[in-house]
Design a binder for this molecule. Structure first.
Ligand SMILES: CC(C)(COP(=O)(O)OP(=O)(O)OC[C@H]1O[C@@H](n2cnc3c(N)ncnc32)[C@H](O)[C@@H]1OP(=O)(O)O)[C@@H](O)C(=O)NCCC(=O)NCCS
Length: 180
């Protein structure tokens, strides 16, 4: 895919902030009445994509979702609250952070459920990659997330290179003639 030049303007983190609230229904849950992990990942992907849309104002595709720990169960009838914002914009990709809480509707008690980092790539209708606007972090937290996002990108790249080398080694072992 080729990358097309556009004329993006820099945006603030605040302009990308997004929030989604869902009531958990039986269709979202397993046989114990707990929110399914895959359904939670779907909500995380959607909330992340909204922040990415607000930053890029183009189509985006999900390139990666980092490791997620499910810290707290969520039950049918609970409210799921998801908040997202862009942590850093790169060339055609951007990292979005999503944090999820469960709110008990009767007590108002709020507990942290999960956090995730996602990478989205901006594309046009033909699937050509597009340059994304720069992100301007303003607050100390935004600056910390901005710096950490670069470290995570380097970690993802190193991990991808390691997996590629592993696949290459497996392929050459298979191709090698068996010992007599
Ligand atoms: C994501 C995708 C567009 C990347 O395209 P590609 O031709 O492989 O592009 P490149 O390898 O040149 O990478 C382009 C950008 O994506 C980033 N990227 C690609 N794969 C990535 C991955 N697995 N994790 C994190 N970032 C990734 C690169 O770092 C690069 O970022 P930069 O331009 O900001 O430097 C392509 O793999 C794709 O279309 N995947 C399917 C997406 C999809 O269907 N998602 C689910 C539904 S939305």
């Amino acid at each position: 895919m080729s990358s097309t030049e556009t004329n993006p303007v820099a945006r603030t983190v605040a302009s990308t902030q997004s929030e989604m609230t869902e009531v958990i229904l039986p269709n979202d849950a397993n046989t114990l009445g707990n929110l399914l992990g895959g359904r939670l990942m779907h909500f995380i992907d959607l909330t992340g994509a909204i922040a990415a849309y607000r930053h890029t104002r183009t189509h985006v595709v999900t390139a990666a979702m980092d490791h997620i720990d499910f810290i707290q169960p969520v039950h049918v009838g609970d409210l799921l609250i998801l908040k997202s914002s862009v942590n850093r914009a790169f060339n055609t990709s951007l990292e979005v952070g999503v944090k999820v809480w469960v709110e008990h509707p009767l007590t108002g008690v709020l507990l942290h459920v999960a956090s995730a980092y996602l990478v989205f790539v901006a594309v046009d209708k033909q699937g050509n990659r597009l340059k994304v606007p720069a992100l301007v972090p303003e607050t100390p937290d935004e600056i910390r997330r901005f710096n950490d996002a670069l470290l995570r990108r380097e970690h993802r790249e190193a991990e991808a290179a390691r997996r590629k080398q592993e696949r290459h080694q497996h392929a050459s072992q298979k191709a090698a003639p068996a010992a007599p």
